[in-house]
Ligand binder design. Structure first.
Ligand SMILES: [Zn+2]
Length: 270
């Protein structure tokens, strides 16, 4: 009887030890994902769930205030690229801000808030939309002008990236010359306006394929962002970096903490 009890205790200790080793190995190898936030238009509240372009100015301000209050490090996208490229550990509480499409309110409403906190950000512009107005989701959207874009770029706080010439869903474009125009042509057009290199690309609606990624690389971009990680995507792939969509619902401190944790996209995949 005593022998059996000793055996059970021994097996229990062995089992506990193995579990502890497996647990420790898992948590130490579990690196958080880079936290890249994706915004579009800032100013109006979301009126309709399908319209995911807007986030109200009030909620956006709360989110920036949260980052400031809890001492998050907001770094430029190219700085994150250097950390990933050199395989360096991304310091905890590191966040990157990005804005898609180049709305005028990024200049009128977002820039003053970013200046207040000294937060850098990247704005991805659609070349043919510069200075134009468009009705989308029954709402009029104004896009920034070339002068606004240049002024933001010259401020040193904003990096301008390309979001193509016409915002076409690239996997749906079969003509390779057209793809080169959207990817490489937009880079050249923006560089001409800004008089500086444009090194970051953003896939419209997150659409990418290996062939499209190859054109992005050959065009001389240093990195590219998508919307979210697809199953099978490498999470540190500099040409398909996933981003976290920010919405009007992202306002509770716990929700923000989860979104900024580095594990949010993995939790969503479960
Ligand atoms: Zn877009």
């Amino acid at each position: 009887m005593l022998k059996t009890t000793r055996k059970i205790i021994l097996y229990f200790f062995i089992f506990t030890f193995v579990c502890a080793v497996v647990f420790l190995k898992t948590i130490t190898s579990f690196r958080p994902d880079p936290v890249i936030l994706m915004y579009h238009s800032i100013g109006e509240a979301q009126t309709d769930k399908k319209n995911s372009l807007d986030i109200s100015l009030k909620v956006f301000e709360q989110q920036m205030e949260f980052l400031h209050r809890y001492h998050y490090r907001v770094i430029p996208l190219l700085e994150l690229k250097n950390l990933l490229k050199e395989n360096k550990k991304i310091p905890s509480k590191t966040v990157v801000l990005t804005f898609d499409d180049g709305y005028e309110n990024n200049y009128t409403k977002v820039l003053p808030i970013l200046k207040k906190y000294d937060f850098p950000a990247t704005i991805f512009v659609i070349v043919n939309n510069l200075g134009k107005e468009k009705i989308m989701y029954d709402r009029m959207y104004k896009f920034m002008t070339e002068d606004m874009m240049r002024e933001m770029s010259d401020s040193g706080l904003i990096t301008i990236g390309s979001h193509t010439i016409e915002h076409r869903y690239l996997p749906g474009v079969s003509d390779e010359d057209e793809l080169w125009k959207e990817i490489n042509g937009s880079k050249k057009a923006l560089e001409k306006i800004l008089r500086k290199p444009v090194g970051i690309f953003c896939y419209p609606v997150g659409g990418h394929t290996p062939a499209i990624e190859a054109i992005v690389r050959k065009s001389g971009y240093e990195m590219a962002v998508s919307i979210k990680f697809k199953k099978g995507d490498r999470r540190d792939d500099l040409y398909v970096l996933g981003r976290i969509k920010m919405t009007d619902n992202s306002r509770h401190p716990v929700a923000l903490w989860v979104k900024f944790s580095g594990y949010y996209l993995r939790l969503k995949e479960l």
